[in-house]
Design a protein around this ligand. Structure first.
Ligand code: ADP
Ligand code: ZN
Length: 735
C-alpha cells in the first residue's frame, strides 16, 4: 500500500479536487485533474460516479484526499462550458444545507436545473440555393429547389420540414453543389428592459417610498427593507423603482413570487413599465426554455428574473437586488426534498452577496413585522390606497344569528348584497378555501363515511371529475350509487361545501349570472390560469367562486364585493400560526375588492365574530392584530421569540413509527434551553399508508438549533427498513 502510494504520487504530481454531486449526498468526492485541465473552485465538470457520468461542481481545489485512496481516484472527465458557480452561491449552498440539515447535493441540485441541453445552443445551419439544378431531379428535390428559389438563407431543418423531405435530400443537393450550407446568424438578443421606459406619476406617499427604493438599490450593500403597504397601495410600482435603479447599475434583479401569483398580468405590468417582459423561472417552463433561461441568467444576459422560490438558487452572473413579493406567503416554504423557506434563504443570500433585499406585503409575517419593529429591517410604508380608493369596509355575518337556509351556505344578507352588486354590473367574489364539491360523503342509511383506504382522510367529492378524491395521496374512485357498506340505494349525501357546490348554489340563487370557479384542481397549466384570470379582469364573469388561488396579487377592476363563505376554516386546527394565516389570507382576499373604482366591501361569514382575527379585520385594525399576536408569541416562546423544529417519523406500521419516535426522544441531549415534545401522532396520522408521528423541538432564540439537531441525530438511532425521518427546521405546517 505504502509503495503504491509513493509510486503514484511521484509519477503523477497531479492535483486533486473535491467535487459536490447534485444528488442526495452531503459529502464531496475527490477526483484527479487530468493534465492540461485547469480547474478552479466553482467550475462545473463531468465526473464518473459508479457506472455513470454525472455533472458535479468543484467545491475545493488542491484537495488532500486520504492518501490510501490515491490509486483508486478517478479523473475528472470534462470541464463543462458553463460559467463557474460563484463563491457566494457555493456559500449559500453550504449555509442552506447546514441550516436545514439537508444534503448539500440536494441544495446544489437546485442551482443546476438547466434542463437537458447543457452548454451553448448548437450552431444552427442554413441552406441557400447557389448552383445549377442537380443532374438527377426527383419530386422531393424539386420541392426543395422551389422553396429556396428566393436564394435567401433558410434554416436547414425548417427547409426540410417545409418541403416535406428528409434532411438526406437536402444533403444530397449540397453534395451536388446546388445548395450551400452556411451558419445561420444568431437570433437577435432580446431587447433590454429600459429603466426609463414609462415611469408612473407617483402620489406623494409613493414618491417617498420610491425614493427610498432607489437609495436602497444604489447602496449596493446588504440591507433589508420591509415594503409594508396596504392592498392596492402601489407596492409593485414602487419596488419597480428599485429594479429600475438596479438596471441602471447593470446588475441583475430577482423578483420572487408565490408560484401561483406569477400571472400574465404581472408580466404585462412589468412590460408597461420597462418596455419588455422579464425572464420567467418556474416549474412549468419547457426544457428548452429552461435551458435557455438558465444560460441567460448565468451568462448575465437576463437583467430581471421573476420566479417562484426555486429561482433563488440560480447562478446569477451578478445579482444586485432581490424582491420578495407577498413575503408572508406560505408557498415560499418548500416541504419536499430540502425543507427551506425561500424568503428566509433570500435574506441569507442577500447577506452573503452583500446586496439589498425588499420584502413586500400588505400583511407582513410576524417574523418580518418584529424585525421591522426592532429596527433590524427598514420599514417603508404605504398606508393608503393609490388614487384615493378606500380600503374595503368589512362586516361580519354571525352565522349563529343569520344562518343560510338548510343545505345552503350563502346567508340571506350576503345573497342580497351579491344581487345588488350584479345589478350594478360589478363583480362579486365568493371565497371558500375548499376544492371540490363537498369535503365529506356519507350514507344516510348506515352512517358510513367515505375515507381514503391508505390515508387518514375523508374522500372529497369532485363533481366535475365525477370522482371521490383523497387530497393527500390522489387516490380516487367513482362516486357509487349504492352504499358499499349497507347496500342502500340513493342514500349518499354530500356534507359541507366546496367551491363546486357553491357554484351550484350561486346558479340557483342568481339565475342569469355568469359564474366561474377558480380552483387549482380545475386548472391544468399556468397558461389556462392566465387566460381565465384575463376573462375575469375583462369583466366576462359576474360571480367568481374561488379558493386561495384568487387571493394573490390579481387586479380585477370591477370587483367590489368579496364574500368569505367560511371565515373560520383555518382557525381551529391547533396550528400555532393559524391566527396569522387566517388574518393574512382574509385580508388579502378582501383586498381584491374596490381597487379601482367604487367602494369595496367584504363580508365574513363566521361562527365566532368575537375572535381577535375577525375583530381586527372588521375594525380594519392591523395594529391590534399584530399587537395581540406578537404578545402571544412572546409569552409562549414561539417564533420569532424562540425556535422550532419538527422531526417527522413515518413507517409502514404504527408501532414501528411510534417506537422509533420514543427511542429518538429518549436520547435527546439534555439542555435546559431546549424542550423536546412528543412523539405525538401527527394530525394527519396516515398518509399513503405510512403512519406518522411528530416530535416538536422548541428552543430559546439564542440556541443553534440546527447544530443541536445534528449532534442528536448523529448519536441517535438510525432509520432502517422503511422507517423515514424528516427534519423540518422552522416548520410552517404542523400536519
Ligand atoms: P399592491 O401591490 O400594493 O396591491 P399595486 O402595485 O398592484 O398595489 O397597485 C394597485 C393598482 O394601482 C394597480 O392597478 C396599479 O397599476 C395602480 N397604481 C398604483 N400606483 C400607481 C401610480 N402611481 N400611477 C398609476 N397607477 C398606479
Ligand atoms: Zn389518500
Amino acid at each position: 500500500m505504502d509503495t503504491a502510494r509513493s509510486h503514484a504520487s511521484s509519477l503523477t504530481p497531479t492535483s486533486m479536487v473535491d467535487v459536490l454531486v447534485p444528488v442526495a449526498l452531503d459529502q464531496t468526492y475527490s477526483y484527479r485533474v487530468p493534465r492540461g485541465m485547469d480547474l478552479k473552485a466553482g467550475d462545473v465538470v463531468a465526473v464518473p460516479l459508479g457506472a455513470r457520468e454525472v455533472m458535479a461542481v468543484v467545491w475545493a481545489e488542491n484537495a488532500k484526499p486520504d492518501p490510501r485512496l490515491h490509486n483508486r481516484l478517478k479523473d475528472v472527465s470534462e470541464k463543462l462550458d458553463v460559467p463557474p458557480l460563484k463563491p457566494e452561491l457555493r456559500a449559500l449552498v453550504d449555509w442552506v444545507a447546514n441550516y436545514t440539515l439537508s444534503a448539500r447535493g440536494m441544495v446544489l441540485r437546485m442551482t443546476l436545473r438547466m434542463g437537458e441541453n447543457l452548454g451553448p445552443e448548437r450552431m444552427r445551419l442554413g441552406v441557400r440555393l447557389v448552383g445549377e439544378p442537380p443532374r438527377r431531379m426527383t419530386p422531393a428535390r424539386h420541392r426543395v429547389i422551389e422553396l429556396l428559389s428566393d436564394r435567401l438563407l433558410h434554416g436547414k431543418s425548417e427547409a426540410a420540414r417545409e418541403a416535406g423531405v428528409s434532411s438526406g435530400v437536402i444533403d444530397g443537393l449540397v453534395d451536388e453543389g446546388t445548395l450551400t450550407v452556411e451558419p445561420m446568424p444568431p437570433p437577435p438578443a432580446p431587447p433590454m428592459p429600459d429603466p426609463d421606459y414609462a415611469q408612473p406619476d407617483f402620489s406623494g406617499q409613493q414618491r417617498a417610498a420610491a425614493d427610498a427604493m432607489r437609495t436602497l438599490a444604489a447602496s449596493g450593500s446588504f440591507h433589508v427593507a420591509l415594503l409594508d403597504g396596504v392592498t392596492g397601495s402601489g407596492k409593485t410600482e414602487v419596488y419597480f423603482e428599485a429594479i429600475a435603479e438596479n438596471i441602471r447599475r447593470n446588475r441583475q434583479s430577482l423578483i420572487l413570487m408565490p408560484e401561483i401569483a406569477l400571472t400574465g398580468q404581472f408580466l404585462d405590468r412589468f412590460a408597461q413599465r420597462f418596455g419588455v417582459r422579464p425572464l420567467e423561472w418556474h416549474s412549468e417552463l419547457s426544457p428548452r426554455t429552461r435551458a435557455r433561461n438558465w444560460a441567460a441568467i448565468s451568462g448575465g444576459e437576463a437583467p430581471v428574473v421573476v420566479g417562484a422560490r426555486s429561482a433563488l438558487f440560480l447562478p446569477y452572473a451578478d445579482l444586485g437586488l432581490i424582491i420578495v413579493d407577498e413575503e408572508h406567503d406560505q408557498a415560499y416554504k418548500q416541504d419536499d426534498g430540502a425543507h427551506y423557506h425561500a424568503r428566509d434563504m433570500a435574506v441569507v443570500r442577500a447577506h452573503i452577496a452583500k446586496i439589498p433585499i425588499v420584502l413586500a406585503s400588505a400583511t407582513p409575517s410576524i417574523e418580518s413585522e418584529v424585525n421591522a419593529r426592532k429596527g433590524r429591517y427598514q420599514r417603508i410604508a404605504l398606508p393608503s390606497r393609490f388614487g384615493g380608493q378606500h380600503m374595503p369596509q368589512i362586516e361580519a355575518i354571525d352565522l349563529r344569528r343569520e344562518p343560510p337556509a338548510r343545505g345552503r351556505f350563502i346567508s340571506p344578507r350576503l345573497a342580497e348584497q351579491i344581487r345588488y352588486a350584479v345589478e350594478r354590473r360589478e363583480q362579486a367574489l365568493l371565497f371558500l378555501n375548499r376544492r371540490g364539491y363537498a369535503p365529506l360523503t356519507l350514507c344516510r342509511a348506515c352512517g358510513h363515511r367515505f375515507a381514503c383506504t391508505i390515508c387518514d382522510a375523508w374522500l372529497v367529492d369532485h363533481r366535475f371529475r365525477q370522482r371521490l378524491v383523497c387530497h393527500h395521496c390522489g387516490f380516487s374512485m367513482p362516486r357509487p350509487n349504492i352504499c358499499p357498506h349497507c347496500a342502500a340505494e340513493e342514500s349518499l349525501v354530500a356534507v359541507g361545501p366546496g367551491v363546486e357546490r357553491l357554484q351550484e348554489e350561486a346558479a340557483a340563487l342568481f339565475p342569469g349570472t355568469r359564474t366561474m370557479v377558480l380552483s387549482s384542481d380545475l386548472i391544468t397549466s399556468i397558461e389556462t390560469m392566465r387566460s381565465e384570470l384575463n376573462e375575469i379582469a375583462e369583466g366576462r364573469v359576474d360571480i367568481i367562486i374561488g379558493t386561495q388561488l384568487v387571493a394573490k396579487g390579481h387586479n380585477f377592476p370591477r370587483l367590489n364585493l368579496v364574500g368569505v363563505v367560511d371565515a373560520d376554516i383555518g382557525l381551529g386546527n391547533g396550528d400555532p400560526r393559524a391566527a396569522e394565516r387566517t388574518f393574512q389570507l382574509l385580508n388579502q382576499v378582501i383586498g381584491r375588492a374596490g381597487r379601482e373604482q367604487g367602494r369595496g366591501v367584504g363580508y365574513l361569514q363566521t361562527h365566532q365574530p368575537e375572535h381577535p382575527v375577525m375583530k381586527a379585520l372588521v375594525a380594519n385594525d392591523r395594529e391590534a392584530f399584530y399587537a395581540s399576536e406578537i404578545e402571544s408569541r412572546e409569552r409562549t416562546g414561539y417564533p420569532p421569540f424562540g425556535r422550532l423544529a419538527s422531526l417527522i417519523i413515518s413507517a409502514g406500521d404504527r408501532p414501528t413509527a411510534e417506537g422509533f419516535g420514543r427511542k429518538l426522544a429518549s436520547v435527546a441531549p439534555l439542555d435546559e434551553r431546549i424542550q423536546v415534545l412528543g412523539p405525538a401522532e401527527a394530525p394527519l396520522a396516515v398518509i399513503k399508508g405510512r403512519y406518522r408521528f411528530r416530535l416538536l423541538v422548541k428552543s430559546l432564540r439564542s440556541v443553534d438549533l440546527s447544530q443541536y439537531l445534528r449532534e442528536w441525530l448523529a448519536a441517535g438511532p438510525k432509520t432502517t427498513g422503511n422507517l423515514k425521518l424528516e427534519v423540518d427546521v422552522d416548520p410552517q405546517s404542523f400536519l
